[in-house]
Design a protein around this ligand. Structure first.
Ligand SMILES: Cc1ncc(C[n+]2csc(CCOP(=O)(O)OP(=O)(O)O)c2C)c(N)n1
Ligand SMILES: [Mg+2]
Length: 322
């Protein structure tokens, strides 16, 4: 990987901090009854999100799934608008009508989170076909979880992307579970990336998806190949969600020991220690980034609280295009 500048390293650190602090704050708001609907957190998967997206260019696109907060933040969404959206307020990025599971931010390249498992895949290859036909030089990253790789849409869209040689990366964050179902109990191959062979596309494995620079380095190479017109790639990054599947999950199917073991593999701490060991940043600089992140998120909560509820009439707006 080309040597990253200090600003780039710190920017990735900031985004990981924002993802963690944002979701921890949303968790508190859910408990206070300030968030309507269900919410899924990206805590624990910060490196897998930021490392995959940080190497994209302006104009590149992503699709996301129900666990999309990390990807939205990695793409550079405005935190105020995102928090207001999750709180169901009219000053949210989707005017309060999407909520946590349907955040889209087209200007920043995020074509949308999706409550339907596998639902982003058709959108991703459609967007990739557009890039190819219009010769834009831009690519699409289709983000999903291990559970989604048992959906028909995964197999259909991977096949279609392969035969049309589309500029799309199928990016799977394998956190070991689809709700309470261990992926090992519903898939006979050991790894998700092996499934690529069935469609004649490369499968790439990121064994430690909590290692930000490992994710970045691998994804930068894949991005380069896909942009060069070599066709789709399936990438699997291993990570873990620290919290329950959603805010309504007590998580009885995992042992405390398993969760604690993964907390020891904290992706943010890992990157922080790397920056300090290599003398690429000082502890005070990283502490300042963390403090600024908390401040920005507190401000986002205030922005959301001040926002009006969407009006009943707005339910009929933005449905059809002129
Ligand atoms: C088509 C469809 N089937 C089932 C569900 C219910 N559901 C929501 S999330 C989920 C598990 C998804 O697991 P995975 O893709 O691994 O993502 P993770 O939650 O682990 O990030 C399921 C079964 C759904 N939303 N859509
Ligand atoms: Mg999963």
């Amino acid at each position: 990987m080309a040597k990253l500048k200090k600003e780039e390293l710190l920017e990735m650190y900031r985004k990981m901090e924002d993802i963690r602090n944002f979701d921890n704050k949303v968790n508190q708001l859910v408990r206070r009854g300030e968030v309507p609907g269900m919410t899924h957190f990206s805590v624990g998967e910060e490196a897998a999100n930021v490392g995959a997206i940080a190497g994209l260019e302006k104009g590149d696109l992503i699709t996301s799934n129900h666990r999309g907060h990390g990807q939205s933040i990695a793409m550079g969404i405005d935190l105020n608008g995102m928090m207001a959206e999750i709180m169901g307020k009219a000053n949210g990025v989707c005017k309060g009508k999407g909520g946590s599971m349907h955040i889209a931010d087209v200007d920043a390249g995020n074509l949308g989170a999706n409550g339907i498992v596998g639902g982003g895949m058709g959108i991703a290859i459609g967007a990739a076909l557009t890039q190819k036909m219009k010769n834009t030089g831009k690519i699409v990253v289709c983000c999903f979880g291990d559970g989604a790789t048992n959906e028909g849409s995964f197999h259909e869209t991977l096949n279609m992307a392969a035969i049309w040689n589309l500029p799309v990366i199928f990016y799977c964050i394998n956190n070991g579970y689809g709700i309470s179902t261990p992926i090992s109990s519903v898939m006979r191959t050991k790894h998700v990336y092996e499934r690529a062979a069935a469609y004649g596309v490369p499968g790439v494995f990121i064994e430690d998806g909590n290692d930000l620079l490992a994710v970045r380095e691998t994804m930068d190479k894949v991005i380069k190949d896909v942009r060069a017109g070599k066709g789709p790639v399936l990438v699997e990054a291993i990570s873990y969600r620290w919290y329950g599947h959603s805010t309504s999950d007590p998580g009885k199917y995992r042992t405390k020991e398993e969760v604690d073991e993964w907390k020891k593999k904290d992706p943010i701490l890992k990157f922080r220690n790397y920056l300090l060991d290599k003398k690429l940043a000082k502890a005070e600089e990283l502490d300042a980034i963390e403090a600024a992140s908390h401040k920005a998120i507190d401000a986002a909560v205030e922005y959301g609280r001040k926002g009006p509820e969407p009006s009943p009439e707005s339910a009929f707006e933005d449905i059809f295009t002129e």
